[in-house]
Design a protein around this ligand. Structure first.
Ligand code: OKP
Ligand code: ZN
Length: 344
């Protein structure tokens, strides 16, 4: 399988984030990408290629098919504006212990939802380039020669809404790729299957009222982003019936429960034969040792997940989202991709 990545994805490297009121090292670190890349490099089944930096030349236009102009401009300029008015360059040395309680909620918002270092914008753009390069590769072939491709993107994207960032996400890579496939690769309908532990509120919001994109998500009930992801959210207007959420219990979601539920999600996609491309928001933070997540999945589950996805028989674009247990990150991602290939 071909794997696209971009060295500028490594630049975004904020020192800290706030987790339950404590300042901790930023979990969505460049090490994540390095670990996955190294693991796949050591396996003959994968061919790693760097996305071309000058493609697509009109990358902003592709982004503007999803995000507003004001929002993109905000991402591009906020760091310099922040520094210009005296903001700390690392955005990481505020002393939370001595800070007024009145200021703390704003600080959390800053840490959780805005651009926090000089290279954030550049990395977010690189992530889009990686995803679009992989989409173009998949779409360039009318047959089934390239049946699966992996965009090793970073930062992730599924929490980014039209005008909102959050949860380590700035630009919604999968949404931008779905629009690209619809516009440039003769897609009639694109399905997005989101297997990250967290609900992809951004992707859901962007396509909530369209039947051109079917969004199907398995995720933890009641965890971040807290206010979306219930099974009652089924889409609106023309998009009614094109949004399917499968919330699963924290602390009780085992391999078998997960796979049974994934079968139901796959059934939803099978019920839509008009789907001609499948995009997978690939998170492996469902793993039982993940530091911020509460599912119980073992390593053996990842090839099963890949096999179920492969059994759908669609041209498939995998796009990296979450997964924070660095040690097993590469193996679990590889497990999904090899499970997929085994079914083709
Ligand atoms: C991004 B992705 C929990 C804080 C949650 C944000 C998590 C974002 C996950 N107390 N922080 O979907 O893996
Ligand atoms: Zn996640």
């Amino acid at each position: 399988m071909k794997v696209f990545w971009h060295p500028q994805s490594l630049l975004h490297d904020p020192p800290h984030e706030i987790l339950s009121g404590r300042l901790v090292p930023y979990l969505e670190s460049p090490d994540r990408l390095q670990k996955i890349k190294t693991t796949l490099e050591q396996d003959d089944s994968f061919e790693i290629v760097s996305a071309q930096d000058d493609w697509p030349p009109d990358v902003k236009d592709h982004i503007l098919a999803v995000h507003s102009k004001d929002y993109l401009e905000y991402l591009e300029t906020i760091y310099d504006e922040w520094v210009a008015i005296g903001g700390d360059k690392s955005l990481g040395s505020h002393d939370i212990k001595t800070m007024s309680p009145l200021a703390k909620p704003a600080l959390v918002k800053i840490y959780d939802s805005t651009v926090r270092d000089i290279d954030t914008y550049q990395s977010a753009i690189a992530s889009v380039k990686v995803t679009l390069s992989a989409a173009q590769y998949l779409g360039s072939d009318k047959g089934l020669l390239h049946s699966g491709v992996f965009a090793l993107a970073r930062p992730p994207g599924h929490h980014a809404q039209e005008t909102l960032c959050g949860g380590y996400c700035f630009l919604n890579n999968v949404a931008i790729a779905a629009k690209y496939l619809l516009k440039h690769c003769e897609a009639k309908c694109v399905a997005i299957l989101d297997v990250d532990y967290h609900h992809g509120n951004g992707t859901q919001q962007i396509f909530y009222d369209t039947a051109q994109v079917l969004y199907v998500s398995l995720h933890a009930e009641g965890d971040y982003p807290y206010f979306t992801g219930s099974a009652e959210e089924r889409g609106a207007g023309l998009g009614l019936g094109y949004n399917h959420n499968f919330p699963l219990p924290q602390g009780h979601t085992t391999d078998d429960l997960y796979c049974e539920t994934l079968d139901k999600a796959a059934e939803v996609i099978r019920d839509h034969p008009e789907v001609d491309y499948l995009i997978v928001s690939l998170g492996v933070d469902t793993y039982h040792e993940d530091p911020i997540c509460e599912f119980l999945l073992t390593q053996a589950c990842y090839p099963r997940i890949g096999a179920t996805i492969g059994s759908l028989g669609k041209r498939t674009l995998f796009v990296m989202e979450g997964g924070y247990h660095i040690e097993t990150l590469g193996d679990n991602v590889r497990g999904v991709l090899l499970g997929f290939e085994g079914q083709r």
